[in-house]
Design a protein around this ligand. Structure first.
Ligand code: ADP
Ligand code: MG
Length: 275
């Protein structure tokens, strides 16, 4: 059964989409079966994974408003073991269409439950706001992964985000946990990046990923070619960063399985990995 991770931060430009694309692709590279869900009307995860988003008849928008099934909008990407539920600008209309709809916070969840057993990881790229699409992502998810850009205002908005996660946990999805925060766009040449990391570490009690994603121009170039970094430039610092993150995400899942006293399950997973 898939671990479902929502990548969220209401700030734009912090590396959510870059993380969704490349974490998904690196998990797939490690032989995990992955479904990427693009729930941002900007559709950048879709185009970044090579989907011609404006030519699609069915997207996650049609699925959410009940005009098509999950199978109707799910696509294979060019990457082995990586599927996607794509989106485009139409999804911006969903917010209005969902007003007054019964159980509208659970629409995505209901669809995803039907395919959860088909994947090891489901990665949801959220829009840069705390709207009902983000809430749908958080009710569907097991954990929330928060990318934090190494810039001066890094911590701004984080309190509100954690508050939102807690509200969703209390009212809609008691199982929701914070997966952790991951630093992005780290620039080793500046003191600022280092200061931001130190500052966040001392202010945040949450899990912080050891992996720090460097600022790497190859990561910014890859989406225009419609391929993830591990294929665009497999030896780049960006590819190495996201591979490391994928490894850590896998290890965290295994550790969580142990924590839940579910040793046999975790051992089983390891066994299958060796095979
Ligand atoms: N580690 C990185 N190094 C260089 N550029 C990056 C990196 N991460 C993201 N970018 C670029 O920064 C911009 C914003 O990133 P994006 O992932 O789209 O953020 P978000 O989804 O949070 O809005 C994009 O142009 C992206 O290519
Ligand atoms: Mg984005």
């Amino acid at each position: 059964m898939a671990r479902i991770i929502a990548i969220a931060n209401q700030k734009g430009g912090v590396g959510k989409t870059t993380t969704a694309i490349n974490l998904s692709a690196c998990l797939a590279e490690m032989n995990k079966k992955v479904l990427a869900i693009d729930i941002d009307p900007q559709g950048n995860t879709s185009s970044g994974l090579g989907i011609d988003k404006n030519k699609l008849k069915n997207t996650i928008y049609q699925m959410i408003i009940g005009e098509c099934s999950l199978a109707d909008c799910r696509l294979r990407t060019s990457i082995k073991d990586l599927d996607i539920l794509p989106s485009n600008v139409n999804l911006a209309g969903a917010e209005i269409e969902l007003i007054g709809v019964k159980d509208r916070e659970y629409i995505l969840k209901k669809h995803i439950e039907t395919v959860r057993d088909d994947y090891d990881f489901i990665i949801i790229d959220c829009p840069p706001s705390l709207n009902s699409l983000t809430v749908n992502a958080m009710t569907t998810a097991d954990t929330v992964l928060v990318p934090i850009q190494c810039e001066f205002y890094a911590l701004e908005g984080l309190t509100q985000l954690i508050h939102t996660i807690n509200l969703v946990k209390q009212r809609l999805n008691p199982k929701l946990e914070l997966e952790g925060v991951v630093f992005t766009m780290y620039d080793a040449r500046t003191n600022l990046s280092l200061q931001v990391v130190e500052n966040v570490k001392s202010n945040l009690k949450q899990n912080i990923y050891k992996t720090i994603i460097p600022r790497n121009v190859r990561l910014a170039e890859a989406p225009s070619h419609g391929i993830p970094i591990n294929i665009y430039d497999p030896k780049s610092a960006g590819a190495e960063g996201y591979r490391q993150l994928a490894q850590e995400v896998i290890e965290k899942e295994e550790a969580d399985l142990y924590d839940r006293n579910d040793k046999s399950k975790a051992e089983k997973k390891k066994f299958f990995k060796k095979k």
